[in-house]
Design a protein around this ligand. Structure first.
Ligand SMILES: Nc1ncnc2c1ncn2[C@@H]1O[C@H](COP(=O)(O)OP(=O)(O)OP(=O)(O)O)[C@@H](O)[C@H]1O
Ligand SMILES: [Mg+2]
Length: 252
């Protein structure tokens, strides 16, 4: 089942003292339920911008983007927030934890917007998720008392606590040592499998990228599949559409 469909998507931002800046151009992409997607690319190539689009935080400037078969531009603000809260787990490049709230309260936050069991049992569900990232014993700690890697794990627990169908991770292991990073990726994989979610990971780490089933690269806002090169992919295997040029030479 197709969760995300992008065709000819661009993202352009207005600048005050310069012409508009096109950050993404001609992005064609299909993400299916259960996919594991990695995105690599140099700093400034547009990776976070793309992830913000996939996570319904921003709209494409032009082009078509369907979430669950529905054009994203057709959502009202409230619908968009509800769908994002229920279906999307976002792990930000900067962890974006709420300061002045404990680790447990941070992980519980998404459940405040859930219904039924998820709402009523939010403290237990959030505590279990903190256990799974190895931070059960730090549930009362404030973010500023946690190391960078611990904050990252709290952010990961928060993103997974509602069982999202789409997990978007922007450099999820950037602040972690190799071993913790591998454990965190195992957890992301596991939770994605449990909830039948797609997992899209931005990474600079080739070992993390290698875990994916679809390997993408961004070069100056142009998305292409790594490993297929400039040649034509076999029929039915091209997930980026026919128009995306190769990005050989971009960081892989
Ligand atoms: N709202 C904005 N206004 C102006 N420029 C922007 C805006 N958002 C992003 N950019 C620019 O677009 C380019 C892509 O940004 P983006 O954050 O997507 O890069 P990235 O690939 O995630 O980089 P990094 O690896 O450093 O995180 C950058 O040059 C950035 O400065
Ligand atoms: Mg970024």
């Amino acid at each position: 089942m197709t969760l995300l469909h992008l065709a000819g998507v661009t993202r352009t931002v207005a600048l005050i003292d310069a012409p508009p800046l096109t950050i993404l151009s001609g992005v064609d992409l299909d993400v299916m339920v259960g996919d594991r997607v990695s995105i690599v690319g140099r700093s400034g190539s547009g990776k976070s911008t793309l992830l913000n689009l996939l996570g319904l935080l921003d709209n494409p400037t032009t082009g078509t983007m369907l979430f669950d078969g529905r054009p994203v531009q057709s959502y009202s603000g409230g619908q968009r927030d509800r769908v994002r809260g229920r279906d999307v787990g976002f792990i930000f490049q900067q962890f974006n934890l709420l300061q002045g709230r404990t680790a447990l309260e941070n992980v519980m936050t998404p459940l405040l917007y859930a219904g039924g069991r998820q709402f009523w049992q939010r403290a237990r569900i959030a505590g279990d998720m903190l256990d799974r990232v190895g931070l059960g014993h730090r549930r009362s700690a404030m973010p500023d008392k946690l190391s960078g890697g611990e904050q990252q794990r709290v952010a990961i627990a928060r993103s997974l606590v509602r069982g999202p169908r789409l997990i978007l991770a922007d450099e999820p292991t950037g602040a972690l040592d190799l071993e913790t990073g591998a454990a965190v990726m195992d957890l992301l994989d596991q939770v994605a499998t449990e909830s039948g979610a797609a997992l899209v990971t931005i990474t600079h780490d080739p070992a993390i990228a290698a875990r994916a089933t679809l390997h993408l690269s961004l070069d100056h806002g142009v998305l292409s599949e790594v490993g297929t090169g400039p040649s034509t992919p076999a029929p039915g295997t091209d997930r980026l559409g026919a128009t995306a040029p190769s990005a050989w030479g971009a960081r892989a």
